[in-house]
Write a protein that binds this ligand. Structure first.
Ligand code: FE2
Ligand code: FE2
Length: 221
């Protein structure tokens, strides 16, 4: 009986080992910074998405910078879709949670609600329902109740425009093969992102495990 159990556990262990993809991720420095994460992990599309998070997010931040937005808005644009590199569903919530220990409450708030605001036009600021969503979800799509509720809440919040601004630049940030760089934003990151000295994933923040997952998504456990 004991032998059978040991054999089963060994079989499962061997199967776990095989789930590791043959191509390892690029080496990460011992103390990863946000810039390392952009350059080495967000630089390729994940989960079947057509565009890499870094390619899209740097375009969004560049639009915000060009429009003369404040630094926290530029940072929120730069980070708005990092959640998509951890988990595709509810990426606004995942992304906001991921960065929450390192940015101001306003920045993580804007990231969390941009996902819901994307579904709701606001003519007063020139935001239209995205054509991309018509293609993705169909003509008569209505977002689920929790998205509608999140929109309603955000719409009446004092930081509404901070999140809405992300959506204004989002739709214009899908050029597929631009030359992109985090370089233009490193000063802003330096001023508004509390980079842990131990490196992301190595500090004891509430979301270190999420950074570790992003750094090595194929760890067996
Ligand atoms: Fe998004
Ligand atoms: Fe986006």
């Amino acid at each position: 009986m004991q032998d059978e159990r040991t054999a089963t556990l060994e079989q499962i262990g061997a199967a776990f080992r095989q789930t590791r993809p043959p191509e390892p991720e690029a080496d990460m420095p011992a103390r990863p910074t946000l810039v390392d994460i952009f350059n080495l992990r967000l630089n390729t599309p994940k989960f079947g998405l057509p565009i890499a998070a870094a390619v899209h997010c740097t375009q969004c931040a560049a639009q915000a910078l060009q429009a003369g937005m404040d630094e926290e808005t530029v940072l929120a644009c730069l980070l708005h879709d990092v959640g998509l590199a951890v988990c595709r569903p509810d990426h606004g919530w995942w992304g906001a949670q991921l960065v929450e220990p390192y940015v101001s409450e306003k920045v993580s708030w804007a990231i969390r609600y941009h996902q819901a605001l994307r579904y709701f036009p606001d003519e007063s600021v020139g935001y239209e329902y995205p054509q991309m969503y018509v293609k993705m979800f169909g003509e008569d799509y209505r977002p689920p109740e929790y998205i509608a509720a999140a929109h309603e809440y955000a719409r009446n919040h004092k930081w509404y425009m901070h999140s809405r601004n992300i959506t204004l630049f989002d739709d214009y940030s899908f050029e597929k093969n631009p030359t992109w760089s985090v370089e233009p934003f490193t000063d802003i990151v330096g001023r508004h992102f509390r980079q842990p000295k131990e490196g992301l994933g190595n500090d004891a923040s509430a979301t270190s495990h999420m950074w570790r997952t992003l750094i090595d998504p194929s760890k067996p456990l």
